[in-house]
Design a protein around this ligand. Structure first.
Ligand code: URA
Length: 210
C-alpha cells in the first residue's frame, strides 16, 4: 500500500528549501527556487503513474516504447500560492489539464471560505494532483479535496512544500486515501496557524506582497 506521507529528502530539494526559508532571500530568488523545487517534487509525485507501450520507429527499427497511459493528469492549484508550484510542474507535464480553487482562510476562525472553483472535466478518469505550498491546519486542503471528490475525483495526491504535523493528521483523518508529497515535515503551527520554522507567508514571499 502507498504511504500516506512522502517527505522528499533529496539533497537538492533540501538545499533549495533552506535558501527559500531564509528571510533574506529575495522575491525573485524565492520564485526561481520554487519553480526548480516544483520540478523535483513533480518527479516524485508522478512516480507511480500507469505506463503502457506504443509502437514507434527509432532510426534503427521498431520498438514497443513506454508511454503514459490514460487520460491527461489534472493539476489543481489552490489560489493564490498554489500557482507558484503549478508553473514549475506544468513545465514538466505541459499537457496536464488545470483547475483552480479559490479559498481564503478566515483569520478569526482559520476556516476556509470558497470564492472560486473551475476544474477540468472527467476527473474520475484522471490522476488529480492538488498543489498548495503550505499544508498548515489542513482545513483548506480538506475543503479542496472534498470539493474535488464531489466533482468525481477518485485518484488524488496532495503536493506541498512544507507540511505541519497538525495538517497531516487532519488530512489523514478526513482523506486517508490521498497521498501527501512534501519537501519537509516541520515542527508545528504557531497560534496564528503559521508553520514553524516554516518560511512565512508563501504567497507574500512569492508575489512580493505584505
Ligand atoms: N500559509 C502560509 O503561507 N504560511 C504558513 O506558514 C501557513 C499557511
Amino acid at each position: 500500500m502507498t504511504e500516506h506521507l512522502t517527505v522528499v529528502n533529496h539533497p537538492l530539494v533540501q538545499h533549495k528549501l533552506s535558501i527559500m526559508r531564509d528571510k533574506s532571500t529575495s522575491t525573485a530568488g524565492f520564485r526561481r527556487l520554487l519553480r526548480e523545487i516544483s520540478l523535483l517534487l513533480a518527479y516524485e509525485v508522478t512516480r507511480d503513474l500507469d505506463v503502457t507501450t506504443t509502437t514507434i520507429e527509432t532510426p534503427l527499427g521498431p520498438m514497443e516504447a513506454p508511454t503514459l497511459e490514460g487520460k491527461k493528469l489534472a493539476l489543481i492549484s489552490i489560489l493564490r500560492a498554489g500557482n507558484g508550484l503549478l508553473d514549475g510542474i506544468l513545465e514538466l507535464i505541459p499537457a496536464a489539464r488545470v483547475g483552480f480553487i479559490g479559498l481564503y482562510r478566515d483569520p478569526e476562525t482559520l476556516q476556509p471560505v470558497q470564492y472560486y472553483s473551475k476544474v477540468p472535466n472527467l476527473l474520475d478518469e484522471r490522476m488529480t494532483i492538488v498543489v498548495d505550498p503550505m499544508l498548515a491546519t489542513g482545513n483548506s486542503s480538506v475543503a479542496a479535496i472534498d470539493l474535488l471528490k464531489q466533482a468525481g475525483a477518485k485518484n488524488l495526491c496532495f503536493l506541498c512544500l512544507l507540511a505541519a504535523p497538525e495538517g497531516v493528521k487532519r488530512m489523514r483523518e478526513a482523506h486517508p486515501d490521498v497521498r501527501i508529497v512534501t519537501a519537509s515535515l516541520d515542527e508545528r503551527l504557531d497560534e496564528h496557524g503559521y508553520i514553524v520554522p516554516g518560511l512565512g507567508d508563501a504567497g507574500d514571499r512569492m508575489f512580493g506582497t505584505k
